[in-house]
Design a protein around this ligand. Sequence first.
Ligand SMILES: [Zn+2]
Length: 404
Amino acid sequence: MNDEQGTLSKAKAAQALVCGLPDDWHLHLRDGDALKSVVLATALQFGRAIVMPNLKPPVTNVSQALAYRQRILDALKLVIDETVRNIDRYKTSDILATIRMQHFFNRPDASADWMLEQLLQAAHFEPLMTLYLTDHTAPSDIDEAVDSGFVRAVKLYPAGATTHSDAGVTSIHQLHHVLARMEMRGLPLLVHGEVTDRDVDVFDREAVFIDRVMIDLRRKFPGLKLVFEHITTEEAAHFVRDAEGPIAATITPQHLLYNRNAIFNGGLRPHWYCLPVLKKERHRRALMQAASSGSARFFLGTDSAPHPAHLKEHAAACAGCYSAPHALALYASAFDAVDALEHLPGFAWAHGAAFYGLSANTRSIRLVPEACQTPQRLGFGERHIVPLAGGEFVPWRFDGFVDC
Ligand SMILES: [Zn+2]
């Protein structure tokens, strides 16, 4: 870290940590009412986010990406305007506390003016768009994406791997002309790295994917920018660490903080269920080691993936953890637990931007080492949502944008 933004204000415990404004390099924002319910949580903590294209129908071309980008910006503006109106209106009443909770303005003494300034900062949020790779993607789609200036990557879902992935790629071998164009134009391929064969154990699907797909992909397209998304295993961490060429990985807060016991702790706990699924402690440790190693190949991607609670607390629970409102508090807690807070700014602020060829954000945020209770449930359109670790205490608290 060679810049003030990335230097911690030496956070020996009990000191606040000031960090360059992070970006979220893997995010699900959904659409419609769900989008309106979640977009502000991310905009209040992150400068930019790589927005995943797995809507129904998926975002497969530039004009769809442009329309989706506009819906995101419109939803954000609508929610900010509405919140500003409510704060102004209820400034002096008890309802202010409800607004504070609703948006997880997690500062015990958050004043109306402070919240208004945070909202002003959130209005600068920039969604970075992605295209969904299908069997029908053409090299011309890649050219249009690069030329658009707002599509920053293409996402590969093996067909059937996770939520809304049935339009995904059935055989990567038929897409060599598309991948060659991406390699030539410098457009990153974001990979959901799991095989989908039912005969492969669900806990082994990522490791098997490395052997069956990643090694070959790296060899055939040595210049292709690859992001191994939401890695969950020691094998993936070591593959990314050791591979040649431009390669990186995102890591979620849940895979840094929890092992698979969390899913079965005192009964089946669907709010800890995501894909790729949490793994054994050995893998969690390897991911934490990679994230806190200082290597520029590892960076923040929450994979925050909201589902209404009734579809999580369900006979066939949806996969996905909603971590957006408290993501930075979770990451700070994970890094602090291994005494590696000095590597958090690289992971959260610098490495991702560098990999995508973007400049790092110039604004800053602050985290403080004060226990904070994560939200138990939050509004989600007509329904509600239970966030990851909902209602639990984490040792760090996000304290908003600095100097505003
Ligand atoms: Zn995802």
